[in-house]
Unconditional design. Structure first.
Lengths: 499, 117, 499, 499, 117, 117
C-alpha cells in the first residue's frame, strides 16, 4: 500500500508521534548533551567507597574513577536481567491460561510492553519518575530534569545512585545507568500485568496506545511519589519493591479497564475459561518467581544484608502462599490444582513485594498464608459482581498488593530496616500504608478511566466480534499459535547413511 | 462389504486391537473424536470456578471388512471394548455403526473389491 | 462441604499439622525472637573484610556494619536464584518425558516441593542441617539451635557465614540469610528429583507427606553429616555440591520407592514410555544446566577463584557427558537422540557435582565421559532387573552420583582445593569417599523404606487404577495439560480497523 | 552391532578422533601440567586490588592470595551462565519456527553445539583464540601457548585476566578460568546460529563435523584477530561483544552453507514456512534477550560503569528494533506479527552487540530503529535472490551484524569508552570498522565454503529425500517432537481418596 | 436409519448442539477436520512473506438417527449452522451428507438396531 | 452420488489435491488419522529402549461426488498417492473406500442433491 495513505491511518498516530520525537531528539542530541553535561557535571555523582586501584595498566581520567561498589553493581546488573525475564515469564503465565486462539496475542501484550515502555522510559519516563525537580513543590509530584531526557546529561562513568529509601544501601552506590534500567523493567511489567484483565478482547493498537499513556500518566507519577522522593515518601509511607506502585496500580487499572471494555463474548457461560496449556503457565510462574528475586532483592539497590533478608522473605512468603491457595482449593472443592499453586505463588510474590525489605523474617510465612487464601477469595469476586477480569489481574495483583501494603505496616521491624510497624508499637505506620495504597487506587482508577474513555472515542478499544470469535492471534497478528496437522509420518527403516 | 465404524473409550483401544487380531482383522484406521451421548461430562476447575467439559474424548475405528468378517468383527469389539468391572459394560463404552461399502481400491497396486480389503 | 468434616479427612493431616505449628510459632515469635537475640547476639557473626565506608549519607548503628563481602554476596544472591530455576527446569524435563495425561501432575511434583520444603526448611529444616549443637556428640549427627527456628534468633544484618569446607571461601563471608536460602533450594530439589522414579502412579497427598518426612528424616541429617560439620566432614570425606547429599540420596530413595510402589499399569509392555514433548524436556535440561551453575559454582559460597574453577569443571564435564551418551547410543542402536544428549548433560552435571570444587581442571572431560557412558548403562538396568524407575532417577542420579563421589577421590587435587586424591597419591581419600557414598545409600534406603511403608499403611501411596488409566492430571488435579480441539478457524480478510 | 564394524563407519570419524585426542591428553596431563606450571608460573597473573583480608580462619599459601575483584568475578560468573542460557533460548527460537517434523532436530543443533564446542574450546580452541604466542608475527594471526591446552598450565587460583580492550576493565581482574568459560559460550553460540540457514535439511553427522571444523578454522582465528590482540585489534578496529566475530561470521557462513546445501524440497512454494509453535519462538527470543545481557554487559569483563552503559544501550536498541520491525510490517502488509517483534528484538540485539560498549547512550534507539527496519528488508532478500536461508540467519545476523559494526564507527563516543567515532569527528574509525567487518565476511565465506565442500565429498551434507519428507526428528534422531493421540479421557467423578 | 455427516464452522458448534437438542437429538460424535471448498483460505505472514493457508478448520459431526429424525436433524443443522449476518448463510458454512446406515450396536449391553441409536 | 473415503500418506496430500483439481474435484474434507495395516510401524528410542510405534500417521480424505466423477476421482487418487520410486506404489500407500451417498445438503442456501455437492 501507499506509504502516504498509511500515514494517514488513525491507528498509526502513536507510532508517527514516537518516531517524530525520537528523530528530533536524535538530531539535537549531541548539542544538548554537551550543554547538559557542562551545566550539571556531577548531578548525582557521589564519590564513595573508592578501592585502592593498582591495576596492571595505568588508567587515567574518568576511567580511573571508581565511585561505585563492584559487588553491588554486579548484583544490580544481574537483578535487572532477572526482572527482564519476568516479561517472557508473564507471557507464558498469561498465554497458557487463555484459549488456543488467543495464545500469541496474549503473549504479545508482554512483548509489546517491553518494546514500547523501554523506549518511553529512556526518552522521558525515567525523568518523570526519578528526575529531581529544582522546584520543591513540583518535586513532590513529578520529576523534571532535562539532563535525564534520553540520558543526555548523564556521565555513564561517574554518575552513581545509592539506594533510595534503603538505609544500608547508601553505602554501596551503583552506576546510575543500571539503576535506570532496573527501574525501566518495573515500568515495563506494571502495564503488562494489566493485560490479564483485558485479555481476549482488546485491540492491539488500543493496547499499545494505552500502555504508553498509562505509563506516562499513571505509573511515572506514582513511582515518583514514593520512590522519587515525592510527597508519599516525605510522609513516611514505604513500599519496598512495588506493592502499590506496581501491583495495586495494575490490578485496579485492570479492573476499571475490564469493566469499560465489557465481558468477553460468551462470558460467564461456555467453556471460555479452558486454559490452552497449563504446563506453559506453570513454567511462566516459575520464571516469574525466578525473576522476582531481582525485583525484590534487587530493590535494596545493593548486594547487602537487606537484599539477602528481602530474598529470604520473598522465598518463604511465596512458598507458603502456594500451599495456602492449594489448601483453600482443597477446602472448597477437593482438588488442589496446578493452576492453583502457580496462582498462589504469584499471590505470595505480590503480597511480599512491598514488605520484603521491611518486615521481620518470621512474619513472611504469615504474610504468605494470608496472601494465598485472600487472593483465592479475590478470584471469586468476579463471579459475584459479574465483571470479566479474565485472568484475575485484579483478583491477584490488586487485592494481593493491597494486602501486602497493609501487612507491611503491621510487620515492619527495625531489626531489618529503619521503619517500625505495629509489632514494634508504631501504629501510625498502618495509616501511612493506607494512604499510599489508597493513593495508588485512586490515581490508577481515574487515570485508566480517562485513557480508556479517550481511546474508545478515538481509535476504539475492542476487537470486532468476528475477530473475537475467530481468535485474536489471526485477527490481530495474522498468525496462529497452535497448528493442526503436519505431524510427520515416519514409515520405514532408514538407510544407514541417513544421519 | 461393510464399513464398520466403532466409537470406543480411548483406554480400550489396545484391548480392541488385540481382540480384532484374534479374529484376523488386521487393518483399520483410528482417529481421535469427541463424544456426546448418554454419558455425562466431567468437571474441571479454574481458580475455584467449575468448568463443565461435556465433550468426552473417544477413539473412532473405521474397519472395512468382507461380509464373512462382519459378525466376528462386531462381536470382538463389543466384548473387548467394555470397560466396567468384570467386563460388564457401562455408559460411555460406545457404539458400532455398520454401513454398506460398495467398493475398495488399494492404492499401491490398484486391486479392487473384496480382495483389496 | 462442611469444614468440620473436611478437617477429619486423613489426607489433610499433614496440612493441619503444618498450620498448627506455624500458627503456634507465629504467636510466640516476637517473644522468642527477643530471648534468642539476647541470648546469642553474635552467634555466627564474624566481622571480616570491612571496606572503608565513605557513603554520602552517614549511616549509624547496625546499618553501618558491613561484615560481608559485597561481591560474594552478589554471587550468592544470583546463585540462589539460579538454583531456584532448577525446579521449573526439572518440571519441564520430567514433564516432557511422561505421557500426555500425566504432564501436569508430573510438573506438580517439583512445584509442590518448592512450596512444602521451603516452609519446612525455614521452620526447622535449616536448624537440623546447619544449626550448631552445643553438645559435640549430638553435633556429629544433627544440628540443634533454637535461635535458628524460623530464624528467630538471627540478626539479618550482622550474621554472616563463611564457606563451609571451602578453604578460600572463609575470606569472603556472606549474610547468613542468603546462605540459608541457598541451602533451602538444595533441600527442595533433592526430594523433587525422586519424582522421576515414582512418576505416573503416586498419590498427590502421599507425595506431599513423603517429601515433608523425607526432607526431615533423610535430607537434613545427611546434609548435617557432611556440610554441617557432622561426623563425615570430621572424618575427611568431601562432597563439594551434593553428589552424595543430593544425588545418591535421591536416586537410591527413588529406587526403593519405585519398587515399593510397584510398576505402572502396562509396564514394561505397551507404549508407556512415549514422551509427550521432548522439546520441553530439552528446554528443561537447558534450564537445569543453567541453574546448576548456581548449584555448583555457588557452593564455593564466594565469588572467588574456587567458584570459577568449579564453573569450568561443571561446563566441561557436562558437555562431554552429553557427547558420551550420544556416543553410547550410536554404538548401541545407531541413533543419537535428543533425549540422549539431554540425559547425558544431566548425568554429567550429577557426576561433576561432588567433584567440581576439588578435581584438577584436566580431569573434567574424563569424569564427563565416564558419566555419560556409565549412566547410559545405568538406564538399562531397570530392563534387566525389572523395576519401574519411570524416568531413571536412580539410573542417572543414583549411579551418576556414586560415580562422581568416587571419582572425586581419584582426581582431587591440591592445585584447586585443600583435599588431595589418588592422583596426588592420597589413596585413603577413596575410602573416605566410599564411606560418604555408602552412608548416603544406607540412610536414603532405610529412611525411604520406613516412610513409604508408613504412608502405605495410612493414607495409601498409589492412585486408584481408574486414575492411572485416565491420567493423573485430571484424577489428581481436575485439570488437563493438553487440550483437543478449540483451534481457531480464521476464515476471511478482516476489516482494516480490526487491529 | 559389532563394535569393530561400527568404528569403521565414516560418520563416526570425528567422534573417534575426539576420543583419541582426549585420551591422549588425559594420559599425559599430569606430567604436562607440572612442566607448564613450572615453566610459566605467573603467565597472566597480575596482582591487583587486593583487599585487606581479615577472615575468621587464617588461610595460607595460594588460598590467601586474592588478586581479583570479587564484584567483577560475581558478574562474570553470572554473565557466563546468562550466555549459556542463550543456547536453550536459541533452540526454542529456531525450533518454534520450523515445521513440526523438524522441531527436535532443529533444537538439537544448539544442544550439540554446546556439547561439541565446549570440549573443543577446552582442549585447544581457547588457546588458538586467546593464547599469547611468543612470536609476534604468529601472534598477529593465531594464539599459541601450550600452557593453555586443556588449561594444563593454568593455576586456577592465581591466574587472572583484565578486560581485553575495555579501558576501565583493567582495574578489576577476574580469574582466568571464568574468562575462559565466558568466551567458551561465545564460541558455542556462533556456530549454533548458522543452523538457522541450513535448517530442515542438513545431516546431523555433517553438522557435528561442520561446527567442529568451523570453530577451529573460522571462529578461533577471527576471535584472535580482534579480541586476542591480533592484527585487527592492533589496527584500531573495535567490536565490543561480537558483531563481527559472532554475527557477521555466522550470518555469512549461513548464507554460503545454505547456497551450497541447496533449497529445501518444496521451497519456495508450499507451506514450508509455517512455524510449528510461535509461542516457543517468543519464549526463545525472551531467553535470548535475557542471556544477551551477559553477552553484552559481560563483555566489559567487570562489574563497572562500562558494563552498565552497555546494558542500557542493549536494552534500548533492542526494544526500539522490535518496534521498528513491527512498524515495517505495518507499512508493508498491515499486520504487526509476534514473530516480527521477536525477530526485531533479535535484530536489535545483533546490531547493538559490537556497539554497546562504545556508542553514546542517546544513539541506541537510532541504532535499534535502523536494525529493525534494515533486517526486515534483509529477510526479504532471499525471495529476490532465490536462496533458501531458512530461518534468516543471514538476513538478521549477517546484515544486522554488518550494520552494527559500521554504526559503531559512527556513534562511538569517548564519553563511554576510549574509541572515538564519526560523531566525535574521527572519520577513520569507519574505515577500521569496514576492515573488521570485511575481514569477517571473507574469512567466514571462504572457510565455510572449504569445509562444506570437503564434507560434501566425504560424509555428505544433506539428508536423503525420504528423511526430508518424513521429517528430520525421526530420520536423524528416531524421535518425534509432537505426539498425536494419547490425550486422557477422564470420564467420571472420582472416589474421594483418589488424590 | 441414516448416518448424517455434517461439516460446519467450528464456532457454530455450540449453536448446532443447542439446536439438535431442541429436536431431541442428544448423541453425536465430533471431530476436527480441515476443509477445502468454495471458500478461499486465508493469508498468514512470515517475516513479510505471505503464506497461503488454504485448508480451513471445520468441525465434523457424525450423527446416527432413525428415519423419523432425519428431517428434523438436517433442518436443525441447516438453520443453526449459518454464520452470516441475520443467519443468512455464507460461503464456508458447510455441507451435510446423508448415508444409509444398516445397523447400530451399543457396546455396553449389545442392543442392536433402531433402539440402540 | 458416492462418498469416497481415501486413506493416504500425509506427504502425498499436496500431490493428490493437485491431481483432484486436474479432474475438477475442488471440494474435500481432510482429517488426521492413524493407520494400522499391512505396513509395519517404526521404532523410536527412549534411553536405549526400543519403542514400537505401530499406529502410523495417515491422512483421510472425504470426497462427495456425483456418479460421473467417481471414476476420475478414484483414478486421480490412485495415481497421485503412490509414493514409491517411479510412482510404482508401495505398502502403506493407502486405500480408497466407496460408499453410497443418499443426499447432500448445502448449509448456506439449503440446496439439496447433486447440485449441492
Ligand atoms: N446416535 C449417535 N450418533 C453418533 N455418535 C453416537 C451416537 N450415539 C453414541 N455416539 C457416540 O458414542 C459415544 C458413546 O455414547 P454413550 O451415549 O456414552 O454410550 P452408550 O449410550 O452406548 O452408553 C458417544 O460419546 C458418541 O461419541
Ligand atoms: N463435495 C464435498 N466433499 C467433501 N467435503 C466437502 C464437499 N463440499 C464441501 N465440503 C466440506 O464442507 C466445507 C464447506 O465447504 P464450502 O465449499 O466452503 O461450502 P459451501 O459450498 O457450502 O459454501 C468444506 O471446507 C469441506 O470441508
Ligand atoms: N480394511 C481396512 N479398513 C480400514 N482401514 C484400512 C483398511 N485397510 C487399510 N486401511 C488403512 O489404509 C492404510 C494403508 O494400509 P496398508 O495396509 O499399509 O496399505 P496397503 O495394504 O494398501 O499397502 C492403513 O494404515 C489403514 O489406515
Amino acid at each position: 500500500m501507499r506509504l502516504r495513505n498509511l500515514l494517514r491511518e488513525p491507528a498509526m498516530r502513536w507510532l508517527r508521534g514516537l518516531i517524530a520525537v525520537l528523530l528530533l531528539l536524535a538530531m539535537t542530541a549531541p548539542a544538548l548533551a554537551q550543554t547538559a553535561a557542562t551545566a550539571m557535571p556531577a548531578a548525582t555523582a557521589t564519590p564513595a567507597t573508592t578501592q585502592a586501584a593498582s591495576a596492571a595498566a595505568p588508567v587515567t581520567g574518568a576511567w580511573a574513577q571508581q565511585n561505585y561498589d563492584t559487588g553491588s553493581t554486579a548484583w544490580m546488573l544481574a537483578s535487572t536481567a532477572l526482572v527482564m525475564i519476568m516479561m517472557p515469564g508473564l507471557a507464558l503465565y498469561y498465554g497458557g491460561i487463555v484459549r488456543k486462539k488467543n495464545f500469541l496475542a496474549t503473549m504479545m501484550t508482554s512483548y509489546s510492553a517491553l518494546g514500547i515502555i523501554c523506549v518511553q522510559w529512556f526518552i522521558f519516563g525515567y525523568m518523570l519518575a526519578f528526575g529531581t525537580s529544582s522546584n520543591p513543590i513540583v518535586q513532590k509530584f513529578i520529576g523534571w530534569d532535562p539532563s535525564r531526557i534520553m540520558m543526555l546529561g548523564l556521565n555513564p562513568i561517574t554518575a552513581v545512585t545509592g539506594a533510595p529509601g534503603a538505609p544500608a544501601g547508601g553505602q554501596f552506590p551503583v552506576p546510575e545507568t543500571i539503576f535506570n534500567m532496573f527501574q525501566a523493567m518495573f515500568a515495563v511489567i506494571t502495564p503488562a500485568l494489566i493485560a490479564g484483565s483485558v485479555a481476549e478482547r482488546m485491540k492491539f493498537s488500543a493496547w499499545c496506545a494505552f500502555i504508553f499513556l498509562w505509563g506516562t500518566i499513571v505509573y511515572d507519577p506514582l513511582a515518583h511519589f514514593i520512590w522519587g522522593n515525592g510527597w508519599l515518601a516525605q510522609m513516611g509511607a514505604v513500599d519496598f519493591a512495588g506493592g502499590t506502585v506496581v501491583h495495586i496500580s495494575s490490578g485496579v487499572s485492570g479492573l476499571v479497564a475490564a469493566i469499560m471494555l465489557g465481558k468477553r463474548a460468551g462470558y460467564p457461560k461456555g467453556n471460555i475459561i479452558q486454559p490452552n496449556s497449563l504446563g506453559l503457565t506453570l513454567t511462566g510462574a516459575g520464571l516469574l518467581w525466578f525473576g522476582w528475586y531481582g525485583f525484590n532483592a534487587g530493590s535494596a539497590n545493593a548486594a547487602n544484608g537487606l537484599a539477602c533478608a528481602a530474598f529470604l522473605n520473598t522465598t518463604i512468603a511465596t512458598a507458603m502462599a502456594g500451599l495456602a491457595w492449594n489448601f483453600a482449593e482443597w477446602v472448597h472443592h477437593r482438588r488442589p490444582t496446578t493452576l492453583g499453586i502457580a496462582s498462589g505463588f504469584v499471590a505470595g510474590l505480590v503480597a511480599i513485594t512491598p514488605a520484603c525489605g521491611y518486615v521481620a523474617l518470621w512474619s513472611s510465612p504469615i504474610i504468605g498464608f494470608l496472601a494465598g487464601v485472600v487472593c483465592y477469595g479475590g478470584a471469586q469476586l468476579k463471579t459475584i459482581f459479574g465483571y470479566d477480569d479474565a485472568l484475575d489481574a485484579f483478583g491477584v495483583h490488586g487485592i494481593g498488593g493491597f494486602l501486602g501494603a497493609m501487612l507491611t505496616g503491621v510487620f515492619a521491624s527495625t531489626a531489618i530496616n529503619t521503619t517500625a510497624g505495629v509489632i514494634d508499637g508504631h501504629w501510625i505506620q498502618l495509616w501511612y500504608q493506607f494512604c499510599v495504597a489508597g493513593d495508588a487506587v485512586v490515581l490508577a482508577a481515574v487515570g485508566t478511566a480517562v485513557i480508556v474513555f479517550v481511546l474508545d472515542k478515538t481509535i476504539g478499544i475492542r476487537v470486532p466480534e468476528q475477530v473475537e470469535i475467530e481468535g485474536l492471534d489471526f485477527g490481530l497478528h495474522g498468525e496462529n499459535g497452535w497448528q493442526v496437522g503436519d505431524i510427520p509420518a515416519p514409515s520405514a527403516v532408514l538407510p544407514s547413511n541417513a544421519i | 462389504m461393510k464399513l464398520i465404524i466403532a466409537i470406543i473409550q480411548p483406554h480400550r483401544l489396545e484391548a480392541v486391537k488385540q481382540a480384532l487380531s484374534n479374529v484376523e482383522v488386521f487393518r483399520l484406521t483410528v482417529s481421535d473424536v469427541q463424544g456426546y451421548g448418554r454419558q455425562k461430562g466431567h468437571t474441571e476447575y479454574f481458580r475455584g470456578k467449575e468448568l463443565q467439559v461435556n465433550l468426552i474424548r473417544k477413539v473412532r475405528l473405521d474397519i472395512a471388512v468382507n461380509e464373512a468378517f462382519v459378525k466376528p468383527t462386531i462381536d470382538a469389539i463389543v466384548q473387548s471394548a467394555r470397560s466396567g468391572p468384570g467386563g460388564k459394560g457401562q455408559i460411555g463404552d460406545g457404539k458400532i455403526f455398520m454401513l454398506p461399502l460398495e467398493n475398495v481400491i488399494r492404492v499401491s497396486d490398484g486391486t479392487q473389491g473384496g480382495e483389496a480389503i
